[in-house]
Design a protein around this ligand. Structure first.
Ligand SMILES: *[C@@H]1O[C@H](CO)[C@@H](O)[C@H](O)[C@H]1NC(C)=O
Length: 788
């Protein structure tokens, strides 16, 4: 039962592979091919209204039980039709009469039991296997299908004449499922290059003894049961004499070790060049294994999914059987192999594959006789020390390709490695290697696969690998794109699925030769640093494999899920220099604008006036005037040059004096007491006034100042009480006008404690407010009345 299932699986598998191959061949040959896939949709009938331009139609894995002419009538362009794994019972080839391009028809795994013939001249591939046919479902019309290359059939009855209509057709491939054979006449002669027979479960039928291999080059037999093993041996020993069989595959056989070696010996002595056995169960090797290594045509031996055990024997004998086979290619995979011996004599092995076993580091230690070996595959074993593996290759002078992926390899920094000189392709994927592995690599390596390890960065101080062209670092722990400092020739880099944050400065600087970069499926941090990488893609010198769909931001949070193509960040945000420059420029422009506005609207003048005004107000508020005003009769004394009297009388006084006459002004013209000298009068006026206003102008300086010099020289009090003095600059006084002896005036002018009369009318309001504020005081009215 298990055999049957596995056989079905196998035939299905290879049918599937062929289907897929043809599917893609057709697909690639038809540029705008129209493909409709309705597989696995619980369909009970062929859907109506399929697009008329359909070229490829997949209806497999449904519950379709009937086919009608109308189903495919409109699909004039149909080339490929898959109807496998349905419940179809009847087949009438005339329903395809309108599908004149139909090349590929798969009706396997249905319930077909009837057949109505009609010529489908375009057919190249026809699969009717795993149906319910009693007799071989062969139409006379098949003989006219000159394009037919691939035919798969199953039946419960086979007769010598069955294939006579096909005798003149040269098929490439014929599959016969004879598992349920219940009536056996005689086996026909097959005109095909490849023949694959699933042998009958009923062991009475000695099909193999009737098998004639006239043109057959490739024979595959599955479901070989113990009785048939005997037939097989006879069949193979007959082969020795004649035949052109090159390729023999045995799948699913029930046999012992002895049967196996007998078969092997027969094959060894035949014309067969490629021999493959798979699914042979478990073979226990004995202690003595006679084998005659005579001349052989055999080039390649493959043993798969067959456990070879040596529980009761010395495994050395079993190893020797294989190691002494001086053939080109040896594959023993999935066989539980623990070890293999070094051949005793120099061999011609160019290819050895022991994948999926339990081989350890001691394999081929110091082995001098594998000097022609070019490819060594030890994938999925129990290798541990990379150093040992490297030393193993050191004597394999021709070794170019080695696959030691899926082991437990590790490397300690201090150990010395020694690799075969010609090793150029090394697969170290899925091991336990860390950054240090870069210190243990073959110097001439061209293709290096280090995916699925624990590499977090590439050390800088490693030897130069100038021939390295392809480096696969996918699924490691890289946090950054590596630079290419030590491998300048790198053309293809794969860093998918790392812990990537991917700043790329080092990468863009040192990896100029890279043509293809695979960096998708990384947790990209979409920030300024990433711009370089995105720009690199835009420039187009490097092809980013999987762009854009595999390149997605994972942080910051707001950008999570954004494609890198859609991530834009401005130059400004990322350049500090640019930011500083722009900030400085804005500041400069602002400063210029502010200064311009200030001077255009005289802001400094207004500020000065307001400052003076507040100071005056502050002073007034602080000093309680009561004590001070005892002998004061006037608010203000005004002194001015006669030449400025127009302005004083017409502008100053009217503006200071209030309507009600509450501001009293002492004018030396008006209030001078006769008999006193001018200076005495002036001093008298100053002393009786709360404030003194001097209207300064070049006239005043030249004509009047002398009157005050003496007073200023003798009254220190006035110096101390500078508050009482208000200098009002009516016209600016150039410094050279002031005579050198007027130190006091010079000092006062230098202090700039004067109020300047503004020319602009708009500023007059503030000027008067300021002036009035500084003379604002209440005088005792009785005294004043008395004085007047
Ligand atoms: C290395 O081996 C792994 C499987 O172990 C395979 O997927 C990968 O394609 C191989 N790499 C190369 C470069 O052949």
């Amino acid at each position: 039962m298990a055999d049957t299932r596995s056989s079905i699986t196998n035939s299905f598998l290879s049918a599937f592979i062929i289907t897929v191959t043809i599917w893609y061949t057709i697909q690639s040959s038809v540029e705008n091919g129209f493909t409709v896939d309705y597989s696995n949709r619980f369909l009970a009938t062929v859907p109506k209204n399929l697009p008329a331009q359909t070229m490829m139609l997949n209806l497999s894995q449904n519950t379709i039980s009937e086919l009608q002419l109308s189903d495919f009538r409109n699909l004039f362009k149909l080339q490929l039709l898959i109807l496998s794994h349905n419940l179809i019972q009847e087949l009438d080839f005339s329903i395809f009469q309108y599908n004149e391009d139909l090349e590929y028809l798969d009706l396997s795994h249905n319930n077909l039991s009837t057949l109505s013939c009609h010529l489908v001249a375009s057919l190249q591939y026809l699969d009717l296997s795993y149906n319910n046919y009693t007799a071989m479902p062969i139409c006379p019309e098949f003989g006219k299908m000159s394009k037919l290359e691939h035919l798969s059939l199953s039946a419960r009855r086979i007769e010598k004449s069955d294939f006579s209509v096909l005798a003149h057709l040269q098929l490439d491939f014929l599959f016969l499922d004879l598992e349920d054979l219940s009536e056996y006449g005689k086996l026909p002669v097959f005109n095909t290059k490849s023949l694959w027979i699933a042998l009958p479960k009923n062991r009475e039928f000695s099909i193999l003894l009737d098998l004639e291999l006239s043109v057959i080059e490739h024979l595959e037999l599955s479901n070989i049961q113990d009785k048939q093993v005997h037939d097989l041996k006879t069949f193979l020993s007959n082969l020795k004499k004649s035949g052109r069989l090159l390729n023999l595959t045995l799948n699913n056989a029930q046999c012992t070790w002895e049967d196996f070696t007998d078969i092997l010996q027969n094959v060894w002595e035949s014309t067969i060049e490629y021999f493959e056995v798979s699914n042979m169960g478990s073979l226990e090797a004995p202690n003595t294994i006679p084998f005659n290594y005579t001349e052989t045509s055999l080039k390649a031996l493959t043993i798969k999914q067959t456990t070879i055990t040596t529980f009761r024997s010395d495994p050395k004998h079993m190893y020797t059987l294989f190691s002494e086979m001086n053939i080109t290619a040896l594959t023993i995979s999935d066989a539980g192999l623990i070890h293999m011996l070094c051949p005793l004599k120099p061999t011609h092995f160019t290819y050895i594959c022991f994948s999926n076993n339990s081989i350890t580091d001691s394999i081929f230690k110091d082995c001098n006789n594998l000097t022609h070996l070019e490819t060594l595959i030890l994938q999925k074993n129990k290798l541990q020390l990379l150093t040992r593996v490297s030393w193993m290759t050191s004597l394999m002078k021709s070794l170019k390709v080695m696959d030691v992926s899926q082991n437990s390899l590790r490397y300690e920094n201090s150990e010395k490695c020694h690799w075969g000189k010609n090793l150029i392709n090394l697969n170290l994927s899925a091991n336990r290697l860390s950054d240090s592995v870069f210190r243990c690599l073959p110097v001439n390596i061209q293709v290096l696969d280090l995916q699925k390890n624990q590499i977090s960065s590439i050390p800088k101080d490693i030897i130069e690998l100038s021939h390295l062209e392809e480096l696969n670092l996918a699924s490691n722990k890289l946090t950054d794109l590596p630079g290419c400092g030590q491998f300048r020739g790198l053309r293809l880099l794969n860093v998918e699925r790392n812990s990537g944050f991917f700043q790329s400065s080092e990468f863009s600087q040192s990896c100029q030769n890279i043509k293809r970069l695979k960096a998708g499926h990384n947790p990209f941090t979409c920030s300024c640093e990433l711009r370089q990488l995105i720009n690199l893609e835009k420039q187009g010198f490097v092809k980013f494999v999987g762009w854009p769909e595999s390149y997605v931001c994972s942080s910051p949070g707001v950008l999570e899920g954004t494609l890198l193509t859609d991530f834009h960040i401005s130059e400004f945000v990322c350049s500090t220099t640019l930011q500083v420059v722009v900030f400085l420029m804005i500041a400069l422009v602002l400063a210029a604008a502010v200064s311009f506005l200030c001077f255009r609207y005289d802001v400094p003048w207004y500020l000065k006036m307001i400052w003076q005004w507040t100071r005056v107000k502050h002073r007034v508020w602080k000093k309680k005037p009561e004590g001070m005003i005892d002998n004061v009769q006037f608010h203000v004394f005004i002194s001015y040059s006669e030449r400025d009297s127009d302005w004083v009388k017409n502008v100053l006084i009217p503006n200071l004096e209030k309507e009600d006459g509450s501001v009293r002004i002492c004018q030396h013209e008006r209030n001078f007491i006769a008999g006193k000298s001018i200076v005495e009068n002036i001093i008298d006026c100053i002393e009786k006034s709360y404030k003194s206003i001097f209207v300064l102008s070049p006239n005043f300086v030249q004509s009047e100042w002398c009157h005050y010099e003496l007073y200023f020289a003798h009254h220190r009090l006035f110096n101390e009480n500078a508050d009482g003095l208000i200098l009002l600059l009516l016209e600016s006084i150039p410094a050279y006008i002031i005579p050198a002896r007027y130190h006091k005036l010079k000092a006062l002018m230098a202090k700039r404690t004067y109020l300047e009369w503004p020319r602009e009318k708009s500023k007059h309001g503030l000027f008067w407010a300021n002036l009035k504020a500084s003379i604002n005081i209440k005088l005792p009215s009785s005294e004043v009345m008395e004085y007047l």
